[in-house]
Write a protein that binds this ligand. Sequence first.
Ligand SMILES: NC(=O)c1ccc[n+]([C@@H]2O[C@H](COP(=O)([O-])OP(=O)(O)OC[C@H]3O[C@@H](n4cnc5c(N)ncnc54)[C@H](O)[C@@H]3O)[C@@H](O)[C@H]2O)c1
Ligand SMILES: O=C(O)[C@H](O)COP(=O)(O)O
Length: 415
Amino acid sequence: MTMPAPAAQTRDTIQILLLENIHPSATETFNAFGEGRTYAITRKSGALKEDELIAALPGVQLLGIRSKTRVTARVLENAHDLLSVGCFCIGTNQVDLVAANARGVPVFNAPFSNTRSVAELMISEIIALARQLGDRSREVHDGVWKKVAAQCYEVRGKVLGIVGYGHIGRQLGVLAEAVGMRVFYHDIAARLPMGNNRSVPSLATLLAESDFVSLHVPETPETRKMIGAAELAKMRKGAYLLNASRGTVVDIPALVAALKDGHLAGAAIDVYPEEPESNTDKFKTELQNLPNVLLTPHIGGSTEEAQEAIGREVAAVLSKFAAMGATTGSVNFPQVELPPVKGTHRILNVHRNEPGVLRDVNRVVADLNANIDTQFLATEGAIGYLIMDLEQDVSAEVSRRIQALPSNIRTRVVY
Ligand SMILES: NC(=O)c1ccc[n+]([C@@H]2O[C@H](COP(=O)([O-])OP(=O)(O)OC[C@H]3O[C@@H](n4cnc5c(N)ncnc54)[C@H](O)[C@@H]3O)[C@@H](O)[C@H]2O)c1
Ligand SMILES: O=C(O)[C@H](O)COP(=O)(O)O
């Protein structure tokens, strides 16, 4: 597929759009990277809907989002100037990664900068559920004095079952043992157990043996509604469910039923199948006003520490991609990073992954009597990614001719 040439020349000003209240540390980091470029940064506090995003993207080269903004195939199709997308969060399910790969747009995230924040929230919620803290607090605010011990427990000695034993699951497992819990986990991949955490053979076993079940899987076709009526029925009577992964992982009507009929003793939910675009939108869920149900507005990763670190981390990888084509850490692209070589001229080319591309590119370079200083090509999925440093300043012409090759997806002169 041939892309229209980017409107803005990336040697000079880079246009950046940051949505969803990304931390100011991102702006500081972009500006610190400078290197002769100006970064023109536009910030917006909420997410944009698909049509709004399409309307906002002409001229934008770097887009920063969090978990809410959906970058669909249609958005990508219409974003001719877009070089890269930075998810200033862990999850990347909101971006069509395959479409972005096919269009030559690398997507980056911050894989563990908010891990600790989520794990700490979960520990606080496990204890809060065990002590019915949300209800007691609300009662006292309402002037009701209900000093009870019935159905309030210590967490020491109780079993925590973790579904998805990745970065967050493992960190939670460590913290849970520190407060005396026994920890079981279930994952589709083999994972090294932390401390005395134990792997169980199946999700069904984990559900049957846990007092608390905490979900830490990504949103995938397999995890969609992975906890429905049948799974809730397998949980122990009086157990608690916690979900801070993605809202689509739990069947909400089934959870409401399990809470109302007393099978579950409580739940803590941070994520929902439909979430508001911004803090000014109203929010409604069937889970509201049920006893011992803690509801939070997707704040698992919302701490000063996490947001500050994420702002720096993702802005740094986006800057490195804009400035020298580095894709290390990208979630949908071949991983290529070449240090700049003084006095050379760098071209980036994303092409269809088919035989003969390097031969054609090198013929273009040879026809212009140019010499290649460094060249690196890696492939992933449908695409190949080539970084090439030329000794002569013929990059504009080389780029024009490479763009005319049938294999070309997009070509950019970086310097
Ligand atoms: N509430 C929040 O604010 C918040 C913050 C950060 C992350 N998250 C969510 O938490 C998710 C997990 O984060 P992480 O950093 O631990 O990710 P991770 O990739 O490190 O770990 C996810 C684990 O889930 C496992 N997994 C995948 N599919 C599975 C399945 N069907 N059954 C069992 N295990 C499965 C993977 O093998 C992996 O070990 C993210 O994808 C994101 O959606 C939410
Ligand atoms: O994927 C994540 O890191 C979390 O869901 C946090 O998303 P947020 O940045 O939109 O709060």
